[in-house]
Design a protein around this ligand. Structure first.
Ligand code: NDP
Length: 483
């Protein structure tokens, strides 16, 4: 396959740039695409196009905007296989996973917001004593700056674009430079669906250059960011002088709390999936597993046995449960945490450094590693505190409910947790006490977009990728009329 050359998508046209950066296929370690190395100039062009388009898009009736979003969804669905393959090439994940999760969810994002805007109602309140009536109206904010990461490229990009344009904003999006090709393909669909020029603009490039230029652009009043906590702290500082609306969806260090009475036939396969699917590169992945002591040894034995069976291999093959990690640097970082574990005296129960990984010719230079289970960790091990964001999970025993809750909460993050027990009262009690935005009880990753989604503590500010996020993409005004 010839090298793919990505161009920016500004004002409905594909615009070439003067300089490019390479994009690597994680499964081969070879360059497969060239990505624009955009900066201030490209961001300025895109913001200007988005500002012009805002004048007409923001006043279109919701019904008309809805039709455009529905068309995007239909077209994306009709090209699901093609786009899933590109996303796998971009990111390293198995094609089957992109086909089963990422792209269907991207389609769903457009459909949910296309229909939600049709059923939105305003609030009103009558003040009998003074003889006045109040009602609210919601208006779009303006040009939305959207910054998304590489782990679920289209899933996360579209869960920002869809609510932003559904509510009448126009957007300038900067996807991660490592996963730009699938996002660029999406632009063809935007044109085919009849999105007016300038309503959606995509500018490709690296975060500190193109991303930063978007964050500090004075005509972008709203920034929605999904990525790491360290980047988010920097971004908050850069955006502060402009008083922008900010939504931050950040990292996690998600615990699974497993009581001895859990249905292990359901708990073990789900916890394997929650730890290792997408190479463990989902912000919601489990990375600390706390098991009640009477069940600890049985759980661990079965968990390790089943983890060892997971196939790591060519993302194109349906039999590969895991593909490649995103980059060489990230692979080194994740393996580095396993080394830290060894230095701290922990046991590597399976995976990295313990089990062999035989890769066929063609993908030998890819960024693969085996799913890794670590036990016997020190109470304050870095592996139990820091986000690893790879296929590494730690298993730790506990004795009491209070201890489990204390351990689950003993991190700076607060994104998600799972709780496993058949005791309904305990399920409610423990779920309530864990400091995270989402608790999945006896399940994982079951998402209802009608419910809020986001993090507590260092895992973020705001709620996104849910119907409630339409509040973020609009300004609400109260009008009070004296009768
Ligand atoms: P990063 O924070 O490195 O990057 C996220 C995005 O920000 C990328 O597009 C990146 O561009 C851009 N960026 C980097 N530096 C700047 C800057 N100075 N100004 C503006 N933009 C910038 O995260 P990753 O891409 O590594 O993604 C992984 C992280 O995302 C993990 O911590 C994960 O937990 C989190 N995440 C959170 C989710 C949630 O919903 N809470 C969901 C998914 C992931 P580029 O990559 O091109 O440099």
């Amino acid at each position: 396959m010839a090298e793919v050359v990505v161009s920016n998508f500004i004002n409905g046209s594909f615009v070439p740039t003067s300089s490019y950066i390479p994009s690597f296929d994680p499964s081969t370690g070879k360059v497969w695409a060239k990505i624009p190395d955009s900066g201030q100039d490209e961001i300025n062009m895109a913001v200007s196009a988005a500002q012009t388009a805002f004048k007409t898009w923001s006043v279109k009736p919701a019904e008309e905007r809805s039709k455009v979003l529905m068309k995007i969804a239909d077209l994306l669905e009709s090209r699901l296989a093609e786009i899933a393959e590109l996303e796998s090439r971009d990111q390293g994940k198995p094609v089957w996973l992109a086909k089963a999760v990422d792209i269907p969810r991207a389609v769903y994002n457009f459909r949910v917001f296309a229909t939600s805007i049709l059923h939105d109602t305003n609030r009103s309140s009558v003040m009998d004593a003074v003889g006045a009536v109040n009602y609210t109206v919601r208006d779009p904010v303006g040009v939305a700056g959207l910054i998304s990461p590489w782990n679920l490229p289209l899933y996360l990009l579209t869960f920002k674009i869809a609510p932003a344009i559904a509510t009448g904003n126009t957007v300038v999006a900067k996807p991660s430079e490592m996963t730009s090709v699938s996002a660029w393909k999406l632009c063809e669909i935007f044109n085919e669906a009849g999105v007016p020029p300038g309503v959606i603009n995509l500018v490709f490039g690296v975060g500190p250059k193109a991303g930063e230029a978007l964050v500090v652009h004075p005509d972008v009043p709203l920034i929605s960011f999904t990525g790491g906590t360290v980047t988010a702290k920097r971004l908050r500082t850069s955006a502060a002088p402009f008083c922008k609306k900010l939504s931050l969806e950040l990292g996690g260090k998600n615990p699974a709390v497993i009581f001895a009475d859990a249905d292990m036939d359901k708990c073990i396969p789900t916890t394997i999936r929650s730890s290792f699917v997408n190479q463990g590169e989902i912000c919601l992945c489990t990375s600390r597993i706390y098991v009640e002591r009477p069940a600890y040894q049985t759980f661990l034995k079965k968990f390790i046995e089943e983890t060892k069976k997971l196939k790591v291999g060519n993302p194109k093959e349906d039999s590969s449960f895991m593909g490649a990690l995103i980059s060489k640097e990230h692979l080194e970082k994740v393996k580095g945490y396993v080394k830290i574990g060894v230095e701290e005296g922990a046991t590597i129960s399976c995976g990295e450094g313990v089990d062999t990984l035989d890769l066929p010719a063609g993908i030998k230079d890819g960024y693969f590693m085996r799913p890794t289970v670590i036990t016997d960790l020190k109470e304050n091990s870095r592996l139990l505190k820091e986000e690893i964001f790879g296929p590494v999970t730690c298993v730790v025993p506990f004795d009491t409910e209070e201890e489990a809750i204390m351990k689950a909460n003993d991190v700076q993050y607060g994104l998600a947790a799972t709780v496993w027990t058949q005791d309904v009262s305990r399920l409610h009690r423990v779920s309530r006490k864990i400091q995270v935005g989402t608790v999945w009880a006896n399940c994982w990753l079951v998402r209802d977009l009608n419910m809020p989604f986001g993090g507590m503590k260092d895992s973020g500010i705001g709620r996104e990728g849910c119907v409630e996020s339409m509040d973020f993409y609009t300004e609400q005004k109260t009008i009070c009329i004296k009768l």
